[in-house]
Design a protein around this ligand. Structure first.
Ligand SMILES: NC(=O)c1ccc[n+]([C@@H]2O[C@H](COP(=O)([O-])OP(=O)(O)OC[C@H]3O[C@@H](n4cnc5c(N)ncnc54)[C@H](OP(=O)(O)O)[C@@H]3O)[C@@H](O)[C@H]2O)c1
Length: 480
C-alpha cells in the first residue's frame, strides 16, 4: 500500500462557509500540515453557496489557524502563508450537478484530476442526500485507477431508526460502505481512544471488569452553557439525539465490549455492535427529561430554553436526559449503566465512573473504624483529562484511620505531548484509510434501536420535560 503522503489529495469541504469548517476543520488541517502529516501535494477546496473568492476565503479562515505546534513565530507565519496558498474556494449550490461539474472541471484544469478526493459534508443533514447525488452526478467520485474517493459525514445520522435507515440506504447508492467515514468526534478524543488500551493492555482491570465486581457504571456529559446560537438546530433534535444516541452510546460500547479479535476497524465494530445489540431499549419509567429555565448564575441573568428566539413557543425538546441502560449479557447482567447528558448545568464535564462493589468481608469490620470505601475508577474525558483510581488508604500516624484517596494520572502532568484535537486525528485517519474510529452502519442501527422507542413515546405523549434552573442539575435519585 502506498504511503498516504505520496499521492496528491484534494480535500473538498462542503459547507466551507460554516462554523465547523472555520472553527475545527481548517485549523485541524493546518495543524496536520504543520506536523508534516498531510500528503505533500494537498489542496483544500472550500465549497458553499456564500459568495467569496479564494482570497476572501483565506482571509476568513486565517483568524482560527493557530501555531501551537510551531512555537517559533517566524516559522508560523511562513507555514500559515504556504498553507493558505493551498486553500481555494468554489461557489455552488448543493443540489446542482452543474455546479459540482464546474468544480470537477476546475480541478481538472488545475491538474488535480490525478488525485485522491476527500469530501467532508460540513452541512446540515437534511441536504446530505441532495449534495451526495450532485457529487455522484458530477462524476466527482470517479477517480483514476489507484486513487481513492472518500466521504466524511457529520452527525446527526437521521432522527430515529427509520430515518437513519433511509438515509444510509440512499447514501449507499452513491458511496460504498468502505468509502464512508461517519464521524463521531468523541471517538477522536485521546481519552476515549485510550479506553481500549486501558482495558486490554493492562492485566489488572480485565479480571474485575464484570458484574461480579462492578456495582454500576455512569457516563455523564454536561455543559455549563445553554443552546445559545444553536437553538434552531438543537430544537429539531434534543439532547438524546444530539449527544446520548451517539457520543454516550459509543462510550458505553467501548467500556462494555469484549476484546476485539484485532485492531482492524471491522473487528472493533463487530464487538461494539454485539454489546449495543445486547442492550434493552431505554424506557420512560427509567428516564428523566428536563428543559432549563431562566436563572441567575453568579449574578448573571441566564435565559431559559424557551426564551430563545429560535425556539418555537411551547417546545418540549429536552435539554437534559438521565436514563438507565441495561445490558443483557453474561458480563453485565444486573449492572446499571447510568447515562446522562445535559446543557445549562453547573459544570462542563464528560466523565466515566466505574463503581466497584463493597468488599465481601472486611477485617476492619467491628473495629470501630470506618469501613473502607469501595474502589472507584474515574476516567475524565474533558476537561483536565485524567484517570483516577480511588483506593482506601491508612491515614499516616499512630492511629488506624482510613481514607479514600486517589491514584491519579493527569494527562497534562504525565505527558509532554500536546493532546491533538479530535478532528486532527480523525481527518488524518480518513486520509490514511483507517476506519477504526468511525461509525459503521450496523453500529448506527443498533444505537438507534436503543433510543427510538422512547423518543417516539415522548413525542406521542407530548409530555412536558421537567423544568430545571439554568446552572443546576435536575434531581434523579441515582448515585451518578
Ligand atoms: N459546529 C459544530 O461544532 C458541530 C459539531 C458537531 C457536528 N456538527 C455538524 O456539522 C455540520 C456542519 O456544522 P456547522 O455548525 O458548520 O453548520 P452551519 O454553519 O449551520 O452550516 C454550514 C454551512 O452549510 C450551509 N447551510 C446552512 N444551512 C443550510 C440550508 N438550510 N440549506 C443549504 N445550506 C445550508 C451554509 O453555507 P452556505 O449558505 O454558504 O452554502 C453554512 O455555512 C452539521 O451537520 C452539524 O450538525 C457541527
Amino acid at each position: 500500500m502506498k504511503d498516504h503522503k505520496e499521492q496528491a489529495c484534494n480535500i473538498i469541504i462542503l459547507g466551507a462557509s460554516g462554523d465547523l469548517s472555520k472553527r475545527k476543520l481548517l485549523p485541524a488541517l493546518f495543524a496536520l500540515y504543520c506536523n508534516g502529516m498531510l500528503p505533500h501535494d494537498t489542496r483544500v477546496y472550500g465549497y458553499a453557496r456564500s459568495k467569496m473568492d479564494d482570497q476572501q476565503f483565506r482571509e476568513k479562515i486565517t483568524a482560527n489557524l493557530n501555531c501551537r505546534y510551531t512555537p517559533d513565530s517566524n516559522d508560523c507565519a511562513e507555514k500559515m502563508e504556504t498553507f493558505l496558498k493551498m486553500c481555494f474556494y468554489q461557489v455552488g449550490q448543493y443540489d446542482s450537478i452543474q455546479d459540482f461539474t464546474a468544480l470537477n472541471e476546475r480541478m481538472a484544469k488545475e491538474k488535480r484530476a490525478d488525485a485522491n478526493h476527500l469530501f467532508y459534508m460540513s452541512i446540515p443533514p437534511d441536504i446530505f442526500i441532495d449534495t451526495s447525488c450532485s457529487i455522484g452526478g458530477a462524476g466527482l467520485m470517479d477517480v483514476p485507477d489507484g486513487f481513492w474517493s472518500r466521504v466524511v459525514l457529520e452527525k446527526p445520522f437521521g432522527r430515529d431508526s427509520k430515518s437513519s435507515a433511509i438515509l444510509m440506504k440512499t447514501l449507499k447508492s452513491i458511496f460504498d460502505e468502505e468509502s464512508t467515514y461517519r464521524i463521531d468526534h468523541y471517538l477522536g478524543k485521546e481519552v476515549i481512544q485510550n479506553l481500549m488500551t486501558l482495558r486490554f493492555a493492562n492485566l489488572i482491570f480485565e479480571p474485575v471488569w464484570n458484574r461480579n465486581y462492578i456495582d454500576w457504571v455512569s457516563i455523564a456529559f454536561s455543559e455549563d452553557i445553554g443552546c445559545e446560537g444553536r437553538a434552531g438546530y438543537f430544537d429539531n433534535f434534543g439532547i438524546m439525539r444530539d449527544v446520548l444516541q451517539n457520543h454516550i452510546l459509543q462510550i458505553v460500547a467501548l467500556v462494555g465490549m469484549e476484546a476485539p479479535v484485532s485492531l482492524d476497524a471491522k473487528h472493533i465494530a463487530d464487538e461494539k455492535v454485539k454489546l449495543l445489540a445486547s442492550a434493552a431499549a431505554i424506557t420512560a419509567a427509567e428516564t428523566i427529561v428536563g428543559q432549563y429555565i431562566a436563572n441567575t448564575v453568579d449574578g448573571e441573568e441566564k435565559p431559559g430554553y424557551l426564551d430563545d428566539d429560535e425556539v418555537p413557543e411551547g417546545s418540549i425538546t429536552e435539554t437534559y436526559a438521565h436514563t438507565i441502560m441495561h445490558i443483557n449479557n453474561p458480563r453485565w447482567s444486573g449492572v446499571p449503566f447510568y447515562l446522562s447528558a445535559g446543557k445549562a448545568l453547573d459544570t462542563r464535564k464528560t466523565e466515566i465512573q466505574i463503581q466497584f462493589k463493597d468488599l465481601p468481608y472486611s477485617i476492619f469490620n467491628g473495629t470501630g473504624k470506618e469501613n473502607p470505601q469501595a474502589n472507584k475508577l474515574v476516567i475524565r474525558v474533558q476537561p483536565n483529562e485524567a484517570i483516577e483510581l480511588h483506593v482506601t488508604n491508612k491515614v499516616p500516624g499512630m492511629g488506624m484511620e482510613m481514607e479514600d484517596v486517589k491514584l491519579d494520572m493527569l494527562y497534562h502532568d504525565s505527558f509532554d505531548e500536546e493532546l491533538p484535537d479530535a478532528y486532527e486525528r480523525l481527518l488524518l485517519d480518513v486520509i490514511r484509510g483507517d476506519r477504526s474510529l468511525f461509525l459503521q452502519d450496523e453500529e448506527l442501527r443498533v444505537g438507534w434501536d436503543i433510543v427510538t422507542p422512547l423518543l417516539h413515546q415522548l413525542e406521542k405523549e407530548g409530555k412536558k420535560p421537567v423544568q430545571y434552573p439554568y446552572g443546576q442539575e435536575p434531581e434523579h435519585g441515582c448515585p451518578a
